[in-house]
Design a protein around this ligand. Structure first.
Ligand SMILES: Cc1cc2nc3c(=O)[nH]c(=O)nc-3n(C[C@H](O)[C@H](O)[C@H](O)COP(=O)(O)O)c2cc1C
Length: 324
């Protein structure tokens, strides 16, 4: 048990959060993280409809009696999903913690707050973290350049980003991006974070509903195995560096790229069917971060959290003991 603002606000034992992950953030993973003492998060848009999300929340509740949350990622889309209806499904299912990401959550905050929901906003810059604080979010998750998925366009790694955010923020901050072990947890808490948010590390766990081949590729790979696609569209995304990602980069390098030029290669349905479910690591685009270089096994979520806490304690008691 670690007692700080994050564990108190979220009602959890360890300030370790599993960030929303498209196609991965299902009840199997979220409940395992919450049962292990962290905060599991279901990914709202992984469910095909608000009704399906309501059912998934009910399923997760059968698998854990501990708190868990739901992620709502608001990204530019030609045909946006019915965000308001997804939020209504979360509220009527009794969810008390929501992770927002992608855009400023302000348009949805009144509704969330009226339902007594704690809001964690995930963002990639100090200015967006301050905006989240100003509009009433409870916690910010600050995602550095190392992270899987969308790191923004500023390219500031966490050693600087977290320290800079800490100087200006009042609300608690989670460190996100590039974290896999307790030595790193101790380091980011020294920088002023009050907990960690991890994505990739949780994909390579026994409970993650992901094909074993992807988990094994994360164990086999190192910190150089990711790349950033969609830079030319100012919507950068860190993904596994495979032949499909390289084809995307080739097209982007030609200039004047339109999303439609890339769509057949990057379609989410393709990545889901071929990679996440089918296990073909070259079959489409799949999201992972530089932290691949620190992932050497496929533990259960409980083993992972226990190990992280033990490593963080060791870091403080031994590696940092000279400061005490
Ligand atoms: C497979 C995968 C899918 C992801 N999908 C989403 C998503 O839909 N929404 C979101 O806010 N973040 C998403 N993320 C980002 C994570 O929530 C988290 O911020 C990120 O993974 C942190 O970096 P790390 O992987 O180095 O721990 C995804 C990450 C992964 C690995």
């Amino acid at each position: 048990m670690i007692n700080n603002r994050v564990t108190q606000l979220l009602g959890i034992r360890y300030p370790i959060v599993q960030g929303g992950m498209m196609w991965v953030g299902r009840a199997e993973l979220a409940s395992a993280v919450s049962n292990a003492g962290g905060l599991g998060i279901l990914t709202g848009l992984t469910q095909p409809s608000p009704e399906a999300l309501y059912q998934e929340i009910a399923r997760c509740r059968l698998m854990t009696d501990q708190p868990f949350g739901v992620n709502l990622t608001i990204l530019p889309a030609i045909k946006p999903p019915p965000y308001g209806e997804y939020l209504d499904a979360m509220i009527s299912a009794g969810i008390k913690i929501v992770e927002t990401a992608g855009q400023n959550p302000e348009p949805h905050l009144a509704k969330l707050k009226a339902a007594g929901i704690k809001v964690i906003h995930k963002c990639t810059s100090v200015r967006h973290a301050l905006k989240a604080e100003a509009v009433g979010c409870d916690i910010v998750s600050v995602d550095g350049f190392e992270c899987a998925g969308h790191p923004g366009e500023d390219d500031i790694p966490n050693l600087v980003l977290l320290a800079a955010a800490k100087q200006k923020l009042t609300i608690p901050m989670l460190a996100s991006g590039g974290i896999a072990n307790g030595y790193q947890m101790a380091a980011v808490m020294a920088l002023g974070a009050e907990g960690i948010n991890m994505g990739s590390r949780f994909v390579a766990t026994r409970e993650a509903p992901v094909h074993h081949n992807l988990k094994q590729a994360m164990v086999d790979g190192d910190e150089r195995c990711t790349t950033l696609i969609f830079r030319s569209l100012k919507n950068s995304s860190r993904v596994y560096k495979n032949s499909i990602a390289n084809q995307v980069l080739d097209i982007e390098q030609r200039g004047n790229t339109q999303f439609s030029d890339l769509q057949p290669l990057v379609a989410g349905a393709r990545g889901r069917a071929n990679c996440i479910e089918g296990g073909d690591i070259e079959g489409g685009i799949w999201t992972v971060g530089m932290v691949m270089g620190l992932i050497d096994d496929i533990p259960s979520c409980d083993e992972l959290l226990q190990r992280i806490i033990a490593e963080a304690r060791e870091a403080v008691q031994q590696r940092l003991s000279g400061f005490a």
